[in-house]
Design a protein around this ligand. Structure first.
Ligand code: NAD
Ligand code: GLY
Length: 371
């Protein structure tokens, strides 16, 4: 079943289209969104052989002049060198201010291309065509774009909303199971921050069968629900003055793990899974989340085949990486914590000692050795 979600941001509003068969409509939907001129389609080496031709042809058929840029797959591509490469390709293809870029791929391609579009000629338009579950439920919506630098993840970027987001559910059929599981971590996040019913339905589906999404109908419904939640939060707080911080539940530790382990070692969703277990345990200590609910969170993530224990990294390294998180203000790292499944608060302070205790508690033997 077809779903459409509006991201209501005044003159920066746009529509999210969720369906099977959408890729063939790329050109038409770009035209309906008022896009014109040349475009640069950016994708990666895994996605290109599967979906680039279809998107390319659809754009050509609708009268656009596309050029294709295929980047290496994976997190290390979200870097300064690839950003410079995209500027060169934009120049070579004559992308002027009327033109646009198309991000065809996962969150890496979306974040990088979005930032290239935000900064090329001080900002041109762009379209998100997410092909991973994680990108569908999270990174393609809301306008956060950026790259990693050695000092930290996503430290350089811009808010730049797409003109439209086009989700082709059939692309999930080729997604490796590990990537699908990583996307499910962000789905669980929406349950914890805003929708206890969604959380419960995920528990039921894990209990009843395989953790993979069952049918494209169910997949579409879940993705649409996540997009609705994100769209509503972003509508209220586009530039993360406060409320939007709730979308970062579990992310403070996750970004530190990704940085300390080296980008690409842990998939973003895997790091978020560990981060959510950590945040749930902090929440038990500080916000009155029941131990029962914290265990439910852990069990659901484990049931989705996601990691839930602390990795083999020294606390000192993790703590240093946490300090450069964007949510650190004046040296104080703030957390999103839950008082129950379905409701969280942002901007929570956590005593230094507890930060370490909870980390050590997630892998007692190994972390005591590292300490
Ligand atoms: P990714 O872009 O690296 O994609 C994961 C892997 O799947 C890649 O190897 C890719 O080539 C492959 N792939 C993509 N689509 C495929 C398909 N349909 N079939 C087969 N293979 C496919 O990773 P991701 O998990 O999509 O995104 C992670 C990134 O998103 C991180 O950099 C993270 O920081 C960012 N992120 C951004 C936001 C935001 O709001 N901007 C939110 C969450 C995450
Ligand atoms: N993924 C967090 C946000 O978009 O704010």
């Amino acid at each position: 079943m077809r779903h459409e979600v509006n991201v209501d941001l005044g003159d920066r509003s746009y529509r999210i289209h969720i369906d099977s068969g959408n890729l063939d409509l790329t050109g038409e939907l770009c035209k309906s969104a008022g896009l014109k001129g040349n475009c640069l389609v950016v994708t990666d080496e895994n996605v290109a052989p599967l979906y680039a031709e279809c998107v390319f042809q659809s754009l050509e058929k609708a009268g656009f002049k596309p050029a294709l840029e295929v980047l290496p797959a994976g997190e290390p591509a979200k870097c300064q060198a690839q950003l410079m490469n995209l500027y060169s390709k934009a120049a070579a293809h004559g992308l002027d201010r009327r033109c646009f870029m198309v991000a065809l791929g996962g969150g890496v391609i979306g974040d990088l291309t979005g930032f290239a579009a935000a900064s090329w000629l001080r900002g041109i338009r762009f379209v998100q065509v997410p092909t991973t579950l994680l990108a569908m439920v999270d990174s393609s919506v809301g306008g956060k774009t950026g790259i990693n630098i050695s000092e930290g993840k996503n430290l350089v970027g811009a808010f730049h909303q797409p003109e439209l987001v086009l989700m082709e559910l059939d692309t999930l059929k080729t997604l490796p199971p590990r990537e699908l599981a990583a996307g499910m971590a962000e789905v669980v996040k929406y349950g914890i921050i805003r929708d206890a019913e969604l959380f419960q339905s995920l528990e039921n589906s894990v209990a009843s069968s395989s953790p993979r999404l069952q049918t494209s109908e169910e997949t579409g419904r879940i993705i649409a629900r996540c997009c609705e939640i994100k769209a509503e939060v972003v509508r209220q707080d586009e530039r993360e003055g406060g409320l939007r911080g709730i979308l970062n539940f579990g992310h403070t530790l996750a970004h530190a793990i990704e940085n300390a382990a080296g980008y690409g070692q842990y998939l973003h969703g895997e790091a978020v899974s560990i981060g959510m277990v950590y945040a749930a345990r902090l929440s038990v200590a500080l916000k009155g989340l029941s131990v029962h609910e914290s265990i439910r969170i852990e069990k659901l993530l484990a049931g989705l085949l996601l990691p839930v224990g602390a990795p083999n990294l020294a606390w000192r390294e993790i703590r240093t990486a946490m300090a450069v998180d964007k949510k650190t203000v004046g040296g104080l790292t703030k957390f999103v914590l839950a008082d129950r499944i379905g409701h969280v608060d942002f901007g929570c302070e956590v005593p230094e000692k507890l930060l370490e205790e909870v980390w050590v508690g997630m892998a007692p033997e190994r972390n005591q050795q590292n300490h």
